[in-house]
Design a protein around this ligand. Structure first.
Ligand SMILES: N[C@@H](CCC(=O)N[C@@H](CS)C(=O)NCC(=O)O)C(=O)O
Length: 270
């Protein structure tokens, strides 16, 4: 029995759906946890993932958390096309990408998403429910400072301290990806791998926020070509688009477009 707990706009959950789809693994059950309505704080879900985050995989009563670990587990535990290269150096390159995502790009993506879009969605809860929502995050969550940081991001938006560094870090990652993709077709070498799986949700997040100007217009042409190849894959829409409800897709597009002038200014895009 294979069960995936996930959410439509979660980058980490999309990463796991992408790995599963490329591997040809179909969960027996998908459980939708609406992290914008606070369903991640449900005591039953906290027993599965005490950090109150998605995704979580349950395989024959074994709980596996952490999206990078889940992707590697899926690759190791099931038949299907290998998503890890054979060559030890290429494997090291995959793991360096995964580590960078987990340690830096993912926390930056959370900040970017809340400032540009999710804060506006959460405001709809009204002050009382919003306060309850913001108080429910455990001390150990997306990061050890996420509980307090999320409050700042929701309350202050682009005025949150240090937010400009977050956008520049994101931009710097696109630049690093561009350098790697100038040398190789895929991020860890000649073959598609978990490195590409790990980074795709973070480029797709910008795309869904109407912020493809971060790599188009000649800024990062190798990223543009790589993302074009990924979007043409059969697994792309089921993994990245189809689980995101239409109203959330629309909010990401609309609030993202409204935020784009501020983002452009921070990064210095003309
Ligand atoms: N390190 C975790 C991070 C998971 C994570 O940050 N999940 C986000 C969605 S992408 C979440 O559930 N956030 C809930 C919240 O902010 O309350 C992983 O890779 O699985």
């Amino acid at each position: 029995m294979l069960e995936l707990y996930h959410h439509g706009s979660s980058v980490c959950a999309a990463k796991v759906r992408f790995a599963m789809a490329e591997k040809g693994v179909v969960p027996d059950e998908m459980h939708y946890i609406d992290i914008l309505k606070g369903e991640q704080f449900d005591p039953d879900y906290l027993k599965i993932n005490p950090k109150a985050v998605v995704p979580a995989l349950v395989h024959d009563d074994h709980i596996i958390n952490e999206s990078t670990v889940i992707c590697e587990y899926v690759n190791d535990a099931f038949d299907g096309p290998p998503l890890m290269p054979e060559d030890p150096l290429a494997r090291a390159r995959v793991r360096l990408r995964e580590k960078a995502v987990d340690e830096q790009l993912h926390p930056a993506c959370g900040e970017l998403t809340f400032v540009c879009c999710h804060r506006h969605i959460l405001m709809r809860l009204g002050e009382e429910k919003l306060r309850e929502f913001l108080g429910s995050t455990p001390d150990q969550s997306v990061t050890t400072t996420w509980k307090e940081r999320k409050k700042e991001l929701v309350r202050l938006g682009f005025e949150a301290p240090g937010i400009d560094r977050t956008f520049r870090l994101y931009d710097d990652y696109l630049s690093k990806m561009n350098e790697a993709l100038e040398r190789n077709k895929w991020l860890a070498g000649a073959d598609f791998s978990l490195a590409d799986v790990a980074l795709t949700p973070y480029v797709n997040r910008l795309d869904m926020l109407s912020m493809s100007g971060m790599w188009t217009g000649g800024r990062f042409p190798f990223v543009e070509a790589w993302f074009g190849r990924i979007k043409a894959m059969e697994s792309f829409a089921p993994a990245f688009l189809d689980w995101c409800p239409a109203d959330l897709t629309n909010d990401l597009r609309t609030f993202g477009a409204q935020s784009w002038p501020d983002v452009k200014q921070i990064i210095g895009i003309k």
